[in-house]
Design a protein around this ligand. Structure first.
Ligand code: ADP
Length: 469
């Protein structure tokens, strides 16, 4: 099966969040299932392709997986991917429609005829839209079917309707049955409507987004699509996230040498300027500082948490939270605050902390809880989305701590519950041994994607026409 996979960020070339992790790992895992995969992403600043042609470059992403970087220096050689500190780039619609159109040109030039076009999030939604509108009669793409993965429904690619002509499709598609959303253009909505199958990154989130509370205005569109909508849990790449061979942490460790985790904690407490004491409960958080991630209740809970425990925060995002957290850091010696994106520090937090916090208001999947498990760091999470699918409370025989009511007091209470167990040494070490053995590898997930690709291929053109009305 031939797959063209489109993403606006792919690890290790560009990353702002989980989309990059997934796009960096899933294609290789699909290749291991026998698929032939080509990945497309924009050629951003600092990316050095192995081969360069006029308007695109190529490198090897994984064994048997080529990555193609679509070039447009005006659009993509910028400091950030989508948003500068002054706000979203005003030409994001032009940038990503260029990316999508150019990808079709390149596919023609390299004569690659995909069975499946796999788009991700709003930035490449136009791939599946263009496929049905502009390229349906091109021989090379005639038999192709399309999948759209929604990594986060909160980001939809919404633009003023005046920009519609720039998309290069018939103005009739600016209608509520296609790309219009409250008199604006909504690329993700168009992607959902035009794709043959849609999935999101966990089963629970796939259910939640069909309700008004989590649907971000698209729950009706998603409910209509429900027979073509599913949840496939993300996985993590154990070549990148493995304390036994992680070069970025202080000392490697595994199930057999779990005592070395304490060395990481000691060195880390020292490096972070925290009191070095193995008995102090050390909590970590690595996150985008956005409301989605529960930073509002976390900030409110911080004074209480820091009274007894140490916290290390790594994150960037809303200026509002930068300010609040800076004030807390001035007040508390037990808080180590890092307002930046830092791969090395992230690895050290996963390796050195006792527990990892994810108080997310909503969470499409979340990768950090799976990474934490591998590093024998206990996840403390809000009961939502992918966190429901991956973290069961210790009380119920699982490997983490879960709070249900989204409130700062409940967050404090669940941390105290975790701390109680932490103080009971032997029970805590039993828990660490258990969680480091949990397995969230790509093989299973890639198989599920292969299944939906096959399901797509079984759809008849009559069914597809009916779905598009
Ligand atoms: P998101 O909603 O941001 O995609 P995920 O949990 O799916 O959340 O993935 C987040 C990924 O980004 C994880 O690999 C996490 O370690 C990483 N990450 C988030 N913020 C930072 C940061 N400031 N520095 C380094 N890595 C980060």
């Amino acid at each position: 099966m031939k797959i063209a996979f489109f993403s606006s960020e792919v690890f290790p070339f560009a990353k702002t969040g989980g989309l990059a992790d997934v796009s960096g790992s899933l294609p290789g895992a699909l290749a291991k299932q026998g698929a032939e995969v080509k990945v497309f992403m924009p050629l951003y600043n600092k990316i050095k392709p192995q081969k360069m042609f006029d308007d695109y470059g190529t490198s090897q992403l994984a064994k048997k997986v080529e990555i193609i970087f679509v070039r447009n220096d005006d659009y993509f050689l910028r400091e950030h991917l989508y948003t500068s500190p002054r706000g979203d780039y005003p030409d994001n619609l032009e940038r990503f429609s260029f990316f999508c159109k150019k990808s079709f040109d390149i596919l023609k030039r390299i004569n690659f005829s995909p069975d499946i076009f796999h788009a991700n999030d709003w930035q490449s939604s136009l791939i599946n839209i263009y496929l049905k509108i502009l390229y349906k009669n091109v021989t090379l793409f005639k038999r192709a079917k399309s999948v759209l993965t929604i990594h986060n429904l909160a980001y939809q690619g919404v633009f003023e309707k005046e920009k519609f002509p720039q998309l290069g499709i018939n103005p009739d598609y600016f209608s509520v049955n296609h790309l219009e959303f409250y008199n604006k253009i909504n690329l993700l909505k168009g992607g959902i409507i035009f794709s043959d199958m849609v999935n999101t990154v966990s089963p629970r989130y796939a259910k939640q987004i069909q309700t008004p509370d989590y649907g971000c205005g698209l729950d009706g569109v998603l409910r209509e699509k429900r027979e073509r909508l599913c949840g496939i849990l993300n996985a993590i790449d154990y070549d990148v996230w493995n304390p036994a061979k992680d070069k970025l942490i202080y000392t490697p460790y595994s199930l057999e040498t779990l005592e070395n985790k304490a060395i990481n904690k000691r060195k880390f407490q020292k490096e972070m300027g925290l009191k070095v004491n193995k008995k102090i409960f050390l909590l970590g958080i690595v996150t985008r500082l956005a409301e989605q991630k529960g930073i509002d209740i976390f900030s409110k809970a911080l004074d209480k948490i820091l009274g007894n425990h140490q916290v290390v925060i790594l994150g960037t995002g809303d200026e509002k939270y930068h300010k609040i957290l800076k004030t807390k850091a001035k007040k508390h010696k037990s808080l180590s605050l890092h307002l930046k994106f830092d791969e090395v520090l992230a690895h050290r937090i996963y390796a050195s902390c006792d527990a990892f916090l994810m108080p997310s208001r909503f969470e499409p999947c979340g990768l950090s809880q799976m990474i934490s498990y591998k590093y024998a760091t206990v996840p403390v999470v809000h009961y939502t989305g992918g966190l429901v699918d991956t973290v069961i409370d210790y009380q119920d025989g699982g490997g983490g701590f879960v709070f249900h009511n989204y409130h700062h007091k409940d967050l404090v209470a669940v941390i105290e519950r975790a701390y109680k167990l932490f103080s009971r040494n032997s029970e805590w070490s039993e828990l660490l041994k258990k969680i480091t053995g949990f397995n969230f590898s790509w093989a299973k997930t890639a198989k599920e994607y292969m299944d939906i690709y096959k399901r797509c291929q079984l759809l008849s053109s009559a069914q597809l026409k009916a779905a598009l009305k």
